[in-house]
Write a protein that binds this ligand. Structure first.
Ligand SMILES: Nc1ncnc2c1ncn2[C@@H]1O[C@H](COP(=O)(O)OP(=O)(O)O)[C@@H](O)[C@H]1O
Ligand SMILES: [Mg+2]
Length: 243
């Protein structure tokens, strides 16, 4: 079982969007997939509730949060067969809760928006995370994804510099796309949308899933991981592409 956690103390940076997109991708590839919502707002679970029986199944896991918002002990009722757990997390994670979440993850994805406010926030968050993680990685991998990119701004370049400085790779860049709002409102993922309207977004997911599959074996070990709905293509050497 592989736990992919989408984590950033900053709200609104795309944690739920990336979590639901990934859960949808892995379920569509035939992995027994669960989506764990650690956020009391339960946005991921509202999205799950909208899914139809005809869509690839994604198990919903209660993320051990009481009605009062107090975190109980981690109850990972994933079931023995679950292969991929995508964990959506709330804003404001810090201190003991950050440590607890870090310990549960195999892979941590940190979405960051290319705004100065988000850059400053993620810098503080990464400092806290990496201070703790430094000697405790034990095979865990951490990466950043820039989300809601409209054009390459100086802030984007500062995120690239931060990635290099902190040794946290920047593995992908997602454009600001209305498709994410449509997907969120309809219980779908980008990989389930019509290919014509979603091709640009699908292409941007390719480097992200290629990176994830470095530690999550493909269902067919002879296959190169490919985001569905894309023509055969060679991933570019440099993984971050903005269109
Ligand atoms: N790449 C994107 N393009 C357009 N809208 C996006 C994108 N990513 C997220 N959003 C929107 O931004 C808002 C916040 O995203 P969300 O995933 O809920 O963030 P978080 O879970 O970190 O609070 C939502 O309305 C979502 O639809
Ligand atoms: Mg959220």
């Amino acid at each position: 079982m592989h736990n992919i956690m989408v984590l950033n103390a900053k709200g609104g940076c795309g944690k739920t969007t990336i979590s639901t997109t990934l859960a949808c991708y892995f379920a569509g590839q035939g992995y027994k997939t669960a989506l764990m919502d650690y956020d009391p707002q339960n946005s991921s679970h509202h999205w799950l509730d909208m899914r139809k029986p005809s869509q690839p199944p994604i198990r919903s896991i209660d993320a051990a949060r009481s009605r009062t918002g107090v975190t109980r002990s981690w109850q990972l009722h994933t079931g023995v067969e679950t292969e991929v757990v995508v964990i959506d997390t709330p804003a404001g994670v810090t201190g003991g809760q950050l440590v607890e979440l870090f310990n549960k993850a195999d892979t941590i994805l940190i979405p960051v928006m290319p705004s100065i406010i988000d850059l400053n926030a993620v810098e503080g968050f990464l400092n806290e995370l990496m201070r703790f993680a430094k000697n405790r990685l034990h095979g865990k991998r951490i990466a950043m994804v820039v989300n809601r990119v409209r054009f390459k701004t100086p802030t984007y370049e500062k995120i690239e510099a931060l990635s290099a400085r902190m040794n946290v790779p920047l593995i992908g860049s997602l454009r600001d796309s209305h498709n994410y709002a449509i997907a969120m409102e309809s219980g779908m993922g980008i990989c389930e949308m019509k290919t014509g309207v979603s091709t640009k977004d699908r292409k941007q997911w390719q480097p992200i899933i290629s990176w994830l599959h470095e530690t999550i074996p493909c269902k067919d070990p002879l296959q190169t991981p490919k985001f569905p709905g894309l023509p055969d293509w060679q991933p570019e050497a440099k993984s971050v592409a903005i269109s």
